[in-house]
Ligand binder design. Structure first.
Ligand SMILES: Nc1ncnc2c1ncn2[C@@H]1O[C@H](COP(=O)(O)OP(=O)(O)OP(=O)(O)O)[C@@H](O)[C@H]1O
Ligand SMILES: [Mg+2]
Length: 343
């Protein structure tokens, strides 16, 4: 016991938001020490054996730009672990970054996982963190961590609705008294919007662009509800007919049309969750409104669209991209909360 206390003095307990698009790491006493894309670049030899070449930002730079033998892979896709081996390698990398690549002294870890992943996936995450040197590993579900990070009064017997629009999934959850009362998850998020933009430009302009360009377009001129001012952007890609590079101008109206389908799925998920919420808690939500977190919450005018569609107050959290990891970090500091909200 006394040794535990002693080790803890020198250890850096950490919290990790293992997202499909971005992984964030929080170290107790230091704050957020890593915030990088969840991408691993691997090289395959002639026998098919994979070696990791880069992780995180360096690996994302390689997406769509790699020579034959190197592949940039996203080990988590659509909110589930698509590649266990690479998820483990990625986790190890981030844990090493958190400790500045020094040997680590028995850190505790709180790892945030997508809501509803299977027991097998949970075990894989836990074992990866343990083999990366963490002594006690606690798993927390994303909506719970997000609610703590967004400062929702989850200790009270009153309903809070939180919507986390990530890269791979959108999770709608109703939380009361430290428990998830209802949750609905759809495998639609920012990634599907990017894909929709690629598809739209191909169909409409015969222009082929990569997913990274599509993401840029979405961030710069994407919107969910008409704006007063129409914005435009020059987009470079390859003309599918002539086969050569070309530049076209796209408008925010066109991009809104392009991403309408995935946005509608998100709206429907929220409607469904509202219908399924027990009446007392629904009444609380009418008063308090819906809180949006996740990178997808930053799509321009999404709050206005949701207000129109639901008639409820909509609030985008102050820190949509970091709420989950900050919430997980806060759990590290509070043993009682740690016991109550992690598995
Ligand atoms: N300003 C912005 N406007 C629109 N979308 C944005 C903006 N900034 C980031 N995004 C999008 O947010 C998504 C990433 O969000 P986030 O980091 O919350 O996902 P994640 O937690 O990794 O994924 P998940 O929660 O599904 O596992 C990406 O699709 C990204 O393109
Ligand atoms: Mg997330």
């Amino acid at each position: 016991m006394i040794f535990d206390w002693f080790y803890r003095l020198f250890s850096h307990d950490l919290a990790i938001d293992l997202g499909t698009a971005n992984t964030l790491v929080y170290v107790k006493g230091k704050g957020i020490v890593a915030n990088e894309p969840s991408v691993v670049a691997v090289q395959r030899d002639s026998r098919g054996v994979r070696t990791v070449k880069a992780v995180g930002r360096a690996a994302k730079e390689m997406l769509g730009r790699t020579p034959g033998s190197i592949e940039a892979i996203r080990p988590l896709k659509d909110g589930v672990i698509a590649d266990f081996e690479l998820t483990e390698k990625m986790l190890k990398y981030f844990i090493a970054v958190a400790h500045n690549h020094r040997a680590i002294v028995r850190p505790r870890a709180v790892i945030c996982i997508p809501y509803g992943i299977t027991e097998v996936e949970k075990r894989a995450v836990r074992e990866s963190a343990e083999s990366a040197g963490c002594t006690s590993v606690h798993l927390i579900e994303e909506p719970m961590a997000a609610s703590i990070g967004a400062d929702l009064p989850i200790h009270e017997p009153s309903g809070n609705m939180i919507v986390d629009i990530g890269g791979g999934t959108t999770e709608v959850a109703v939380i009361s008294l430290l428990g998830i009362v209802f949750s609905k998850s759809v495998r639609i998020g920012g990634d599907k919007m990017d894909e929709a933009i690629v598809h739209y430009l191909k169909k409409r302009f015969n222009l082929l662009i990569g997913e990274r360009t599509a993401e840029q377009i979405k961030i710069v001129i994407g919107s969910a509800f008409p704006e007063e001012e129409i914005r435009t952007m020059q987009v470079k890609g390859r003309d599918l007919v002539a086969g050569i590079p070309k530049t076209i101008e796209v408008t925010s109206e066109e991009i809104r049309e392009a991403i309408q389908e995935p946005i509608n799925v998100i709206v429907e998920a929220i409607r469904y969750a509202l219908e399924k919420t027990p009446p007392e808690l629904a009444a609380d939500i009418v008063d308090k409104g819906i809180i949006l977190v996740g990178g997808g919450a930053m799509i321009r005018n999404l709050d206005i669209l949701l207000r129109e569609e639901t008639g409820l107050p909509i609030l985008v959290a102050e820190n949509p991209l970091t709420a989950v990891v900050l919430g997980s970090g806060r759990v590290l500091d509070n043993l009682k909360l740690l016991r109550e909200v992690t598995t």
